[in-house]
Design a binder for this molecule. Structure first.
Ligand code: FAD
Length: 490
């Protein structure tokens, strides 16, 4: 029930699908009645509309959020530039609250909307709910943005004001949140609140490719918090070294929760500091926090280079002689390249919506430097398949691996997938999990079945080009071709 003297605040939730440490929700609850709304915006996103795996995650994330809001979350689909003013008018909203987003298309949309609402007399309160430091605050002494990670993080971030302590969930949340359809002017929103509104978005796949993903993840704020605590209990110790080994449970797997804002970077930062305060974990803690720093760096890069998703920062790469080869691209996407570590990674991605960072680097390097295919093709596939698909992190990381970004891995550094596999998955545990047709090969041969003696292959049941492919390219020759192509640029 709304007391008529109370202000009505519309809280537009976007990449902050949580109650705790949510500055917009917190402030709105302190200042009156609250109508929480989520809008699926496929109108302004252009080519960066959410991919399939992200939509799947979003469905479950909204369901969890809606339940924790007493199923009063209003869920709409359409253009916020039209819908938000309509909601403000119909629901007699006084003020609008949101946490800032940083993708260029969202910045454009939000600034247009803010102006539109302000012109009509509605105040918009925007806050930082997604980053530790605003990208326009971390600048070099000459006020230009950093292009190299280490000084950005060590000299810029760590010397700036420390990230604020996280806020609690709003204390009077239950009393504050109101049913939009009960307000005069809200009748048109019937069927758009809670689970029926979420179902109407049509986010779930029509063919059930999500079974293995569903078995992999728990989604929502509570699950995010559990994941964080579990990582801090069992993963932080030994993180610095262990994070390189894809079969070890030594990474946090927090990326989708951070992307959708089911946990905030401030919560992660401060909880990790607490857990890492126990003696002996300094190096692991420092390394883990610096990975969160890489996330900040990607956001800064995108903020200062809005064309980062498509245009190489090192401009000479925009003339790179990429090959067009649909068969090779398909082999890479489907995990059928004949290179076990690449295939394991691509299948992990397909089955779980996630891929270990070490393997992301290997499959990325292989696509760009052995198959000579454009990094855009990898970026697009990841965009569709990752549950943590994140425009700043994905585009900055693809530019990094392709050697064309700011502070990128040099182009001549070509990851050798066989050596990487021998080094970081020595016993072949990761390979056996995702490439079961090679499971019976001895450790010595599982990393490069194409080099194994015929009798070993036979006794392991591996028939090259029948139940497992031969390599689609020769590693040495393709590496040399890539380096020659690179030389042609300079
Ligand atoms: C080609 C390529 C594409 C990538 N695409 C994405 C993407 O779309 N979304 C995404 O979140 N990450 C992306 N990454 C970065 C990284 O692989 C993932 O963030 C990481 O694997 C997530 O696993 P985690 O949460 O267990 O990481 P942890 O090792 O536990 O790290 C903790 C957090 O730090 C951040 N982080 C870690 N490594 C990086 C990094 N290299 N760059 C930026 N942030 C980082 C993430 O938010 C991560 O959740 C990509 C990397 C590569 C090489």
């Amino acid at each position: 029930m709304i007391i008529s003297a109370q202000r009505i605040n519309l809280v537009w939730l976007r990449q902050d699908l949580r109650l705790a440490d949510n500055p917009a929700l917190y402030e709105a609850c302190n200042n009156g009645a609250v109508i929480p709304v989520y809008i699926l915006d496929d109108s302004n996103s252009g080519e960066w509309a959410m991919g399939g795996a992200s939509r799947w995650w979003l469905h479950h994330s909204l369901s969890a959020l809606s339940a924790s809001l007493g199923d009063q979350l209003l869920v709409l689909k359409g253009d916020p530039l039209t819908l938000m003013p309509r909601l403000v008018k119909a629901l007699q909203v006084d003020d609008v609250y949101w946490n800032r987003c940083y993708e260029p298309w969202r910045i454009n949309r939000d600034s247009q909307l803010k102006k539109q609402l302000n012109d009509n007399g509605t105040v918009v309160y925007s806050s930082n709910g997604s980053l530790l430091w605003e990208p326009w605050r971390i600048l070099k002494d000459d006020q230009t943005p950093y292009r190299v990670f280490t000084p950005f993080y060590r000299r810029g971030c760590l010397k700036a004001e420390p990230p604020a302590q996280p806020l609690p969930a709003p204390r009077r949340l239950k009393q504050s949140v109101v049913d939009a359809t009960s307000i005069s002017g809200g009748a048109w929103l019937k069927g758009r609140v809670g689970p029926s509104g979420i179902d109407a978005l049509g986010l779930l796949p029509t063919i059930p490719w999500d079974k293995t993903m569903a078995a992999t993840w728990q989604i929502g704020e509570k699950a995010a918090w559990q994941r964080l605590q579990q990582f801090l209990d069992t993963g932080l110790e030994g993180y610095k070294e262990g994070r390189n080994f894809p079969a070890r449970a030594k990474v946090s797997r927090l990326s989708p929760y951070l992307h959708f804002g089911e946990v905030s970077p401030r919560q992660v930062w401060h909880e990790a500091q607490l857990a890492g305060a126990t003696g002996g974990l300094e190096n692991d803690l420092d390394n883990f926090l610096s990975e969160i720093g890489w996330r900040e760096f990607s956001y800064s890069l995108l903020y200062h280079n809005p064309d980062l998703p498509r245009v190489a920062i090192q401009k000479r790469f925009n003339n790179f002689p990429w090959e067009q080869n649909a068969d090779r691209l398909r082999a890479w996407q489907q995990g059928n390249t004949g290179m076990p570590l690449v295939d394991a990674g691509m299948r992990e991605l397909w089955q779980t919506g996630y891929m270990h960072n070490r393997v992301r680097m290997v499959v990325g390097s292989y696509l760009v430097k052995n198959l000579l295919l454009h990094w855009h093709a990898g970026e697009d596939w990841f965009w569709d398949c990752l549950v943590d698909a994140d425009l700043p992190n994905n585009s900055a990381s693809w530019q990094w691996i392709a050697g064309c970004g700011a502070d990128a891995s040099p182009y001549f550094r070509v990851f050798n997938p066989v050596l990487q596999s021998r080094k970081f998955d020595q016993a072949g545990d990761y390979l056996r999990r995702y490439v079961p047709e090679l499971a019976s090969l001895p450790d010595k041969h599982i990393h490069a079945p194409f080099e194994a003696p015929a009798d070993i292959l036979r006794s392991a049941g591996v028939r090259l080009d029948e139940n497992y492919p031969s390599p689609v390219v020769d590693l040495k020759a393709s590496r040399e071709a890539a380096l020659a192509a690179f030389k042609s640029l300079s």
